[in-house]
Each structure stands twice: as C-alpha cells, then as structure tokens.
Design a protein around this ligand. Structure first.
Ligand code: BGC
Length: 727
C-alpha cells in the first residue's frame, strides 16, 4: 500500500476536545485519468474532496484490534477531482480514543493519543505521469466545527466557528498494523421519518420514529447564527409516558448544534445513537418535527432470510429480530447500540450467530471480526470477553471465549466455506489447550471465572446472591456449564480437524475423557433447565430422551415458562422439539406473558430486549442498570423458526443438500420461511386447511422432506403436499 510511504500527521492541541480537520490543497495541471485515495486514522474520519464526501463508509476505518490491525480504505476519487482541489480529513475520537466505558474505572492507553491521520493520494495523469500526495508537513490542520464527539457522548457542533489552518506536524506512530479494508463498510441504509410528535406529561417535546433503530438524526433548518438545536435520545418512555434515558447509563447520547446564519442541513458524522424517540431540548423558533429524520446505519450485508406467519404478533417478533441484527451489526457484532458498552461481546456474538447467518449474508462481516478475535487472543490461548479487546476486560469464560470454535463452525455449516475453519483452526486449538492450564480438575473445566448462564431466571426464591453480578449469573453450576462448553469446543475441534485433514486422535481421546468425567461428575446433578439443555445439546446425557422428558415436566411445573439465561435459551426449543416436545417449544415461543418472546411484543417492542421484563406488566422497569431494548441474544430464537418450525436444515454444509422437516402447530394458521443459501433459495411454508396441512416446499438441491414422520427423497424442485389432518 502506498500509504506506507506517508507520515502520520497529528492534531495540534491534544488537550482540546475540538475535532481536528487536516487539509491539503493541490492543483492538477493536466487531465487525470485515475485518482485513488488511501486513508485511515486513529479514530473515525470523514474525507471530503472539493466539498463532496469521499466514499460512503460511515465511521471509517471501523473498529479492529487497533494495535495489530488498522484498516486502510482505498477510494476511487477520480470523479471528485477539479483543477484546483481541497482535500479535508476530519478525525474524531470514535472507538479509538473512547473505548473503555467510564464504569470500567480504567482507560485504554490509546485514549491518550492525539487525533492523527495518514493518507496517500495517487494521481495518474492521462499523459502517463503519476503523482503521489502523502500526508506530511505540507498539510494544514485546524479545529473543525465539531467541538465534541464520542461514541457514547454523541456530538456537539458549532457552525459559527471559522476554520483557522496552520501547518500540521508529522509524528512517529507505527504503520506496521495497517491492513487493507477487510469488513463490509458501514453505510447509511434507510431513512425513517417521524411517526408522531407530542408533549409528555412533563412537558417534554418528543418525536417518535415508531422504530427502535441505530443510526443518527439528520435535520434541515433556517436559523440565525447562534441559535441552538439540542436533542436527546431514548429507546422507551416511562410508565407515565415521559422520556426515559437512565438505561443509557453514562452514555450522554445527545446532539448539541449551534446554528450558522441561513439555511443549513446537518447530520452527526462521527458517532451513532440507539433510539426510537428524540427529545427536542432546545430549538430555533419555528422548528417542526418534519424537519428532522432518522438515518439507519449498519454494515453492508445482503438479506437472505425472511419469516412470515399468520400471526401479527409473531411477525412483529420476526421484524424485531431483523432490527436487532441491523442495529447491532455495525462494523462489529455488539451487545447493544445505545448504552455505554456497544462492545463486541463474544458470548452474544456466538449466541445469535446461527440466526444471523440465516437472516443476512454475514460472511465478510464475520471474517473481519474473527480475524480480530485471533489478534485479540492471548499467547496462552485465552480469548477475551469482548473483541476488539479492552484493557479492562478478562477471559470470557464458558460460552463467551468458546465463540472462537462455535462461530467458525456455524459459518461453515451455513455457508459450506471451509476457509472459516482453516483460518480459525490454530486459534481453536490454542483455546482448548488453554483450558487445562487453568482448570482445577483434569478433563473438566472447573474453578474458573465465568459469566455463568447470564441473566437466567432460575434462582430459588430464598437464594441470597453474594452480589448483583452473582444474581445475574443464574443458578446453574459454573463448573458444569464450563465443562459442557469445553466438551463442545473439543468436539468442534475434532470435526473441523477431520474436515481439514488433521490428525485429531489426541482430541478424540480428550473428548472421551471429558464426556465420561462429565457424566460421572454432573450426570446426577442436572438440575436447572440450562444444565439439562446444555447436557442435551452437547451430547453429554446418558439417557437424553429421559432427560428431555424431565426438562419438559420441569418447564410445565413452573408454569410453562423458561428459566434459561443467555447460554441455555438458544438451545432450549431445539432440544424440546428434538425429543418430541415440539408442542411445548411452541408454547414457549407463543407465550405472551413474562417471560416469553411475545411479552415484549405485547409491550410494543420493535427490537428484542435484553431482559424478558425490561418493562414490567405495571410499566415500571426491570432496572436502570442492565436494561437494553436492543439486544439480540434472545433473537436467536429465529434459528429455531427457520430450522424447526419451518424445518429447513442443512444435510450437508452450506445446504448443498437439505432436510425439510417442518413442525407445525395447531395454534398458528400458517408460517413460511425463505432462505437464500449459497446453493439457491429454499422455501418452506405450511398452512392449516380444512382437510389437513398444505406444505409448499421449494428446494434448489436434492433434499429429504419429512412430513408427519414420513420421509421422501426429492430432487431439486417445487413441491406442494397436502397431509391430511390426523386429529
Ligand atoms: C452485556 C451482555 C454481555 C454481558 C457479559 C453485558 O453488559 O450487555 O450482553 O454478554 O455483559 O455477561
């Protein structure tokens, strides 16, 4: 890359919060055939050539394991060139210099770096000459109109400020970590207009977009210089209908804009917000709701999966799972897009991964994130709980660090692309080699830190947790949960190794020892729902059918509701339906009361919530602390709807062959799924008719269709089959 010849240039006053803009003016004396700009920064930048934005990448260069990998973007800027040119690169903090949330009590060393940019512009003239413009001391720097900016803060802009350029200083910052762009770019994806504008009981002026979304607000207005527009964001209103921001915790998440004279349009360029509501805290006289709109941001990815049913509430749930993916696939897979986290929590990443691969083509998205996971993995093999990693964090533990095995395996299953396994295999091996170095019991994973079955609802009423964190970890045995995930990761290493042609005999021996010891140690202690589900899902039960039957009884006995947390929930419906309890799985899916997937829908949710009772039946909140309304972990249920309710299963990696085995339920009239696989579109739909259930199945590959226990082998084609109602 040409950029390796350029020098980093830095902002003048490191203490100032004002975002710098670097400028280079140049002339092209003769016609230019092609012009290419390579650029990156230690923050997020916007490059503008002759007043026109370069490229469409918002929040470039994205978030990576910066000290090892910093993406460089290359843009074709031929069309933007003139004879006399001004190239501006504005560099804001972004993720680089505000990564640890204040509540972690620590700061990343990178936070103390000044804003810096590095760029190379190659001009290829029509007459064959080449000219290269590099960042160096010929560039200028000024404070920009953006006076404060941060991922959690939002943005302040003062359009009355005038720019005052002086020579920029070069600096000696490493370039070894510069890599070409790998991930899909984050783009502006769609526009959402205000649904209604109203005043709350407290008298706040609030605009409702009708959809919880991730992106930013954009507006147009005419004003006098110095007039202000201040906007706060919120996901929900409180019980009384007032604006509620406490769940953002320390994330200020506001926009403060000081107008210039005349007509103007603005959108924040260096941050994003998670919101459904905007509160207009201050506005120039005459400002109205129709002067503002919301712009949805997410990584570029093609939609591949669609679910539709005859039940509007279920359809809303399907829509919520899509919006939670859009809202949290912003350069990295985040836990939530609004409060002071927005981190790449590895556990959440793997929990939702299967559903994500069905809803969108996420190959490129994960390829980049998995490369960051490899870069973030410590030499001794531990995989951090968040990727890109933060200094404040620790090994992720069961179900979090195991994303290093689970995610590549899922990508291989959905897309049939062996390179995910090949790329990750050394990291997988390193991870399972790490566990015995910290475990207190050979062939199990015990005595270690873990997030447990995070947010489970299985604590006995009289249980007194040591602290809030313990309370959130549920009642499942940590050693059991860890050991189950250890077995699963080793099993993936074996399967992946076989596909890659490696000698896996030592892992097979290890796996036999783990399973035997697991059964001997925990077989009689599978108490909580999650303990049972994990033993079933990871093949660790002596008598799976009997265990599944007990699980089903346990669920019914506690009021037909789940008690599983982040680790148990994604597998729960799968295990119930696998062992003949599809009816119960459907009951859980269709449950409208807390805790159930349709409860949040009944509370007007437009994205999936972190907590089943984020808003309680009386309208109060579960808490201010851990209360995201855009968390995709429980949206993982979409993979059961595709894979079991509509029955679309891969019979070979990438759906090169398929099994279609839908499990309809009498409480739902009809359901349909479309899945665009790498081998073509699969469609599986069913509908209750007067004389039975009508199935419509399209398969682009050889498939086995299993309806009501009866199997038929079919060639690629479209099939309509009526199965008479047996009842
Ligand atoms: C996140 C979770 C995450 C967890 C770790 C939370 O703050 O939002 O989704 O996995 O921490 O337990």
């Amino acid at each position: 890359m040409l950029i390796q010849n350029a020098s980093w240039i830095e902002k003048k006053n490191a203490e100032s919060t004002v975002v710098p803009v670097f400028r280079r003016t140049f002339s092209c004396a003769s016609p230019v055939r092609n012009a290419c700009l390579e650029v990156t920064c230690d923050g997020v930048y916007e490059a503008v050539l002759n007043d026109r934005r370069v490229g469409r990448f918002i929040l470039a260069p994205g978030w990576t394991e910066y000290r090892k990998r910093l993406q460089v973007q290359s843009y074709d800027v031929t069309e933007l060139l003139q004879e006399d040119n001004t190239l501006d690169i504005t560099v804001a903090n972004g993720w680089y210099r505000r990564t640890n949330a204040p509540w972690t009590g620590t700061r990343n060393p990178d936070e103390f770096l000044p804003a810096m940019a590095i760029a190379a512009l190659r001009l290829s003239y029509a007459d064959g000459r080449e000219e290269v413009i590099l960042t160096d001391e010929r560039w200028q720097v000024s404070e920009s109109n953006v006076t404060l900016s941060g991922i959690f803060i939002g943005e302040d802009a003062d359009m009355t400020r005038s720019l005052d350029f002086e020579p920029a200083k070069t600096c000696d910052y490493p370039k070894a970590m510069l890599i070409p762009q790998e991930g899909p770019e984050v783009h502006e994806q769609e526009t959402v207009y205000p649904g209604r504008s109203f005043h709350t009981p407290k008298g706040e002026w609030v605009i409702d977009f009708g959809q919880n979304l991730t992106g930013y607000m954009a507006f147009e207005l005419t004003a006098r210089a110095g007039e202000r527009l201040s906007i706060s964001t919120a996901e929900v209103l409180d019980r009384d209908g007032n604006f509620y921001t406490a769940n953002y915790r320390s994330a200020r998440s506001q926009l403060h804009y000081i107008c210039k004279d005349g007509h103007q349009a603005y959108r924040p360029r260096f941050t994003f917000f998670g919101f459904r509501y905007l509160r207009i805290d201050e506005a120039p006289e005459g400002f109205t709701a129709d002067q503002i709109h919301a712009v949805v941001l997410h990584s570029e990815m093609t939609r591949t999966g669609w679910l539709e049913s005859t039940d509007p509430m279920l359809n809303q749930l399907f829509s919520n799972t899509i919006w939670s993916q859009k809202g949290n696939y912003l350069d990295i897979p985040t836990d939530c897009p609004q409060r002071d986290e927005r981190y790449g929590w590895t556990g959440d990443g793997q929990i939702f991964c299967r559903a994500a691969t069905y809803q969108y083509d996420v190959r490129q998205f994960f390829r980049k994130w998995l490369a960051d996971m490899r870069a973030a993995q410590h030499d001794n093999g531990w995989v951090p709980d968040v990727v890109p990693s933060l200094t404040a964090y620790k090994p992720g533990g069961a179900g979090w660090s195991d994303s290093v095995t689970i995610i590549p395996w899922q990508l291989y299953e959905t897309y049939g692309d062996i390179s995910f396994l090949a790329d990750m295999y050394p990291a997988m091996e390193k991870w399972i080699a790490y566990i015995p170095t910290v475990s207190t019991t050979p062939d199990l994973w015990t005595g270690c830190w873990t997030y447990g079955d995070w947010l489970a609802l299985d604590q006995p009423d009289d249980w007194v947790p040591a602290d809030m964190e313990q309370a959130k970890r549920g009642y499942s045995d940590d050693d059991l949960v860890c050991s189950a995930f250890y077995a699963n990761s080793v099993s993936i290493v074996i399967r992946a190794g076989e596909i890659l042609g490696r000698d896996v005999s030592r892992y097979e021996d290890l796996y036999s020892r783990i399973t035997a010891k697991f059964k001997a140690t925990f077989g009689g202690k599978l108490n909580t729902q999650t303990e049972k589900v994990l033993a079933l899902h990871f093949g660790l039960a002596d008598d799976p059918q009997a265990l599944a039957d007990v699980l089903a009884e346990q669920i019914v006995a506690c009021g037909t509701h789940l008690q599983t947390g982040l680790l148990g929930t994604p597998y729960l419906l799968h295990e119930l339906s696998r062992y003949g309890h599809a009816n119960l799985a459907w009951s859980l899916l269709l449950r409208k009361e807390y805790p159930g997937w349709l409860y949040s829908v009944s509370r007007s949710a437009t994205t999936t919530w972190e907590h089943w009772d984020g808003i309680k039946p009386d309208g109060t909140f579960w808490s201010d602390d851990m209360n995201s309304y855009n968390h995709y972990a429980y949206a993982s249920v979409a993979d059961w709807v595709f894979g079991v309710a509509c029955g679309i299963q891969p019979a070979a990696p990438g759906f090169a062959r398929a099994v279609i085995a839908p499990k309809p339920d009498a409480r739902l009239n009809g359901l349909s799924a479309i899945l665009d696989t790498v081998h073509g579109r699969i469609r599986s739909a069913w509908k209750h008719m007067a004389d039975g259930i009508r199935y419509e199945i399209d398969v682009p590959v050889a498939a086995e269709i299993i309806l009501n226990g009866e199997s038929r082998k079919v060639s690629p084609g479209k099939y309509v089959i009526l199965v008479p109602d047996e009842s």
